[in-house]
Ligand binder design. Structure first.
Ligand SMILES: Nc1nc2c(c(=O)[nH]1)N[C@H]1C(S)=C(S)[C@@H](COP(=O)(O)OP(=O)(O)OC[C@H]3O[C@@H](n4cnc5c(N)ncnc54)[C@H](O)[C@@H]3O)O[C@H]1N2
Ligand code: MOO
Length: 438
């Protein structure tokens, strides 16, 4: 058996980012920039008003107060989008809308609330500060400024900044297209009738969701029957287009464990036993002329999940050049549970608030790799090392989170409030206490 670290290192040595592509900015959502994105425009593009009001020359309102009001004639209206260059003549004002270009000669905008709002001859009640309510050209970004540095994941705020800066296409690390193949004659697709001896293929939909959560794109989710020729043909076909292939099942010692049989000797494929529980039988290699990473995960659903979190997610992150894991945390065991001696053990656990504002940890259901009911209630995997035979009540445990931390913390806060009748807002409030860490 090899260690978890040895297997992960072997995978990461062989996996690098996919090539870059140039995409229209909205389609690059979630992808990582391959180079700095540089502004093609000054932002704002022109001096404009931040308020509905009047563009004025301050000199014309010297000494004006709420008691010492002044009347000035209005030259006209300037709306947002007005393309005509206007000039402010001394002794006059322009009525101006939010976002409209400030006329030449104006050095402040007076809010409509500080006037009587009249369209032709407005009464002013303030003497504005220099530049009041004017958004200056280039105060946000200048031509040539870096809007988003290389290596940034394009989220909604970055997309807004980039398109405003006059950039319509960006070079990003390409979308990582993942093919998912469940294997085994016993499987039927979700929703289909389940016959005698059959089960629903849950690994396919689970991996599809995991791949998506990891910021990659499941492009094919299929099922391979226990047929050697068909299995070989189907895997080869996907090597032409996929950026990663994940199979489940067919890698242990059964007579019909065909994945192992078909892929042995292909590319750098290696089938190993990893000192972990669950997830012992693992296969990985890069295959075909495109050197596509292929992960052959054990079929038991919990083994598949743990294998994904421990090996596939880091590799997909390397491929997409981004981090997506929900991260780690620590908590305290409220009860004891067994740990497989000699193997890194990943125990499904449920978290609750402890009295010190940390995470209280207890197993979510049994330890069998087929137990999906318990898995659905788990918040995290508690990791215990190879030397541990039993995780003792009261001991500190390392957690690999399976849900977004905000979601866990929000639930725990609600539970704390329910327990205390809502008078203690402190505790697991999502801001993290000494015991929580990323
Ligand atoms: N003689 C031995 N038998 C097994 C060993 C072993 O060392 N010696 N290892 C066990 C361990 S540990 C695991 S994990 C599994 C891995 O088996 P495979 O990867 O070959 O997977 P299968 O045999 O095809 O299936 C295992 C189990 O999972 C169910 N399954 C498979 N695919 C799906 C799916 N897509 N959705 C839901 N459930 C699935 C399948 O019906 C089996 O019950 O091997 C042990 N055996
Ligand atoms: O290693 Mo298997 O993955 O225990 O269930």
């Amino acid at each position: 058996m090899i260690s978890v670290e040895e297997h992960l290192e072997s995978i990461l040595r062989q996996v690098g980012p996919v090539g870059t592509v140039v995409l229209p900015v909205p389609r690059a959502h979630g992808l990582v920039t391959a180079g700095d994105v540089v502004s093609r425009a000054d932002l704002p593009r022109f001096d404009n008003s931040s308020m509905d009001g009047y563009a004025v020359s301050r000199a014309d309102l010297e000494g004006v107060t709420a008691e010492e009001v002044r009347l000035l004639p209005v030259a006209g209206d300037i709306a947002a989008g007005d393309a005509v260059p206007h000039r402010l003549e001394p002794g006059t004002v322009w009525r101006i809308m939010t976002g409209a270009p400030v006329p030449e000669g104006a050095d402040a905008v007076v809010r409509v609330e500080d006037t009587d709002g009249h369209p032709r001859e407005a009464q002013f009640r303030v003497h504005p500060e220099e530049g009041a309510n004017i958004r200056r050209r280039g105060e946000d970004l200048r031509v040539g400024d870096v809007v988003v540095p290389a290596g940034t994941r394009l989220g909604a705020p970055q997309i807004a900044a980039v398109v405003s800066a006059g950039v319509s296409e960006v070079e990003v690390v390409g979308p990582v297209r993942v093919v998912i193949l469940s294997t085994g004659d016993e499987l039927v697709p979700a929703g289909a009738e389940v016959g005698r001896g059959q089960i629903v293929d849950s690994n396919g939909p689970m991996l599809e969701a995991l791949v998506r959560e990891a910021g990659c794109f499941p492009v094919h989710v299929g099922h391979l029957r226990d047929d050697e020729g068909a299995t070989r043909k189907e895997i080869r076909r996907h090597l032409e287009t996929a950026d990663a292939v994940i199979t489940t099942g067919g890698v242990s010692k059964g007579e019909f464990d065909l994945v192992k049989k078909v892929l042995t000797g292909e590319g750098t494929m290696e089938f190993v036993e990893v000192a972990m529980q669950p997830g012992k039988p693992q296969g990985f290699g890069v295959l075909g002329r495109r050197k596509v990473p292929v992960f052959t995960l054990p079929g038991n659903p919990v083994s598949t999940l743990v294998s994904f979190e421990v090996f596939v997610r880091p590799a997909l992150e390397a491929r997409a050049d981004r981090r997506t894991s929900e991260g780690t945390a620590t908590g305290f065991a409220t009860t004891s549970w067994p740990s497989a001696k000699g193997r890194r053990t990943y125990t499904r656990v449920r978290l609750s608030p402890d009295s010190a504002g940390g995470y209280a940890v207890e197993p979510a259901g049994g330890s069998g790799s087929h137990l999906l009911g318990g898995l659905a209630t788990a918040d995290a995997l508690a990791i215990s090392d190879e030397d541990t035979e039993e995780v003792l009540a009261g001991s500190e445990v390392e957690l690999l989170l399976l849900r977004p931390r905000r979601e866990i913390d929000a639930r725990l806060t609600a539970e704390t409030e329910a327990l205390t009748g809502g008078d203690e807002g402190e505790g697991t409030d999502g801001s993290g206490t000494g015991k929580h860490r990323e």
